[in-house]
Write a protein that binds this ligand. Sequence first.
Ligand code: ADP
Ligand code: MG
Length: 694
Amino acid sequence: MRPEILFPLFKPVTALPGVGPRLAKAIETIAGSRVVDLYWHLPSGLIDRRYAPKVAEARPGEIATMTVRVERHLKPGNPRLPYKVYAADETGTLALVFFHAHADYLRRALPEGEVRVVSGTVEHFGREVQMTHPDHIGTLDELERLQTVEPVYPLTAGLTLKVLAKATAAALDLAPDFPGEWIDPPLVRQRGWSAWREALAAAHRPDGPAALEPVAPARARLAYDELLANQLALALVRLNMRRLPGRAVVGDGRLRAKVEAALPFSLTASQVTTLEEIIADMEAPTRMLRLVQGDVGSGKTVVALMAMLAAVEAGGQAVLMAPTEILARQHAATIEPLAAAAGIRMGLLTGREKGKARAALLEGLADGGIDLAVGTHALFQEGVEFRDLALAVIDEQHRFGVHQRLTLAAKGRGVDVLVMTATPIPRTLMLTAYGDMDVSRLTEKPAGRQPIDTRVLPTERLEDVVAGVSRSLAGGAKVYWVCPLVEESEVLDVAAAEERHDFLRHALGERVGLVHGRMKGTDKDAAMQAFAEGPPSVLVATTVIEVGVDVPDATVMVIEHAERFGLAQLHQLRGRIGRGAKASTCLLLYASPLSETARARLAIMRETDDGFRIAEEDLKLRGAGELLGTRQSGLPEFRVADLAAHADLLAVARDDAKMILERDPELESARGQALRTLLYLFERDAAVRFLRSG
Ligand code: ADP
Ligand code: MG
């Protein structure tokens, strides 16, 4: 239950004075629908009204706050001309200019003979000093209030700065003084942070450009709060998992030995180390939750298989879950002969297995007739029972949500969980998505891999590229041709896969296939299969090929509009080639003009093939939110924290969360209580439920 002190913050913004339904709608699109959302909608700029010159000294183009005596109103004879009010100080006359003026209002706001404070942008018009539509008009006692620095917020249609600033000020008035501090006091002192309420107020009242920087103390503190909530929530989920009864899964190695003997290669040192780490986890009486991070082509599948074999040796069952149908089938095809060599039974379960075949499969899983199952998320649907599931491997490629991953093991099956991810995630992002999860990294590629020759070319060179592809085909290569969208969109000028397919058929003949995301599953598989098993050909594809499909003799890849792809995605795509012993080439075609960021991205692609380095560079270039597509990646979104700027704080938050739970695992101390409030403040309610008295 959310603590009462937070109730006002989670009310809708319509609870604020002056905010009606229409305004609430506008606020919702830019900030959110609740009072607390306005807290996290921080200023993006400021207007400094402290410059208070005399009229004669006022610099044109600058915002000035001036104290003047109103002299006379000049109502134009022609309503299309502006209404003017002349005011002056001892140095000169200032013309206040109003278009479409309401004379009544102006007479009240600027009575002749009275002193008024006006604030706005100064202009020189001929010899006249002017201010058109002053932002503020006030009396002399209001000078102090007017001559300040105003925050500027990101806005949206139907929302003016004045209105949003007012709503935000009202929201800030509701901010409570929390009775306890949730951050470790020495840290607060060391960083020179203030208490939450003050920090929040200061973040919304920047006194200069420095206060807008993410590292400004007020903003850093709020970011730390958010990161701490994130890390504490993850640590709680994890602690809870560790408390669930696990089991020691100890195999005798007999199946692994058979499969190793059947493999046409020996394992890399990275694969061996990773396997040792996995096996140690499985043999321990607690539950495993381990992430294997390995670049495309680093050989994760065989590692997963070995772990699954260990589970089967111990008398249990194991599953391998893939994010797509194609991948599940490919894994099954890889594993089947090896499982046969080991003398165990493998089953495949996706949404497409139906009727009798499906029934037989389910029966095999339930009675133990099947030792090892490969499939899609269909494996975890209702009605799928296992005789004794010991290990679940999730080849996730960012398609499964964090929550799904972390709670999978809590579904009462007592399973060890191994997650495999192909996009190397920068360490900072790893922490936010997985917390202090055990990680193994496959840093080494299998021997014999040739580096990929990557070149960057403008789209204008298309003819040359097609000629080059034609030569490659003649030389026996298979070629991927990647287009960013399925259908032609003239507006966006995106090369369409279908049109490109036609074009290449004309240029190169019949051996050009097509696969895209809108095709039926069976058609997609058929196209992939024809490409994988048939003679050299070109496969025109949208990004569906991104996810793991293995065609070792594909050695050329053309990516059109490479400038539209993120680095991580380009790297994923490129990982589809260079998987065999032959040298590969990747051609990145771009449409001019290239943005600065796009240019930098393509340069990095040319420079390195190291997925970990690429991921770090991507984080630097784009910021975390955008990095992998937050929704798809299951990475959490942050409201205040900026992972590029606050990476150091994230590390501190991680250590702090760990220490907190070591000392006070139920969050019962005074600080523990404050931390519970923090979790609710950042809506990590689910994590609080893991506490005994949550
Ligand atoms: P990914 O990590 O992208 O899932 P895969 O598991 O699909 O990579 O492996 C890519 C290719 O490398 C496969 O063809 C696989 O058989 C091969 N492979 C895996 N391990 C080794 C190794 N140690 N030596 C040589 N080839 C390997
Ligand atoms: Mg794979």
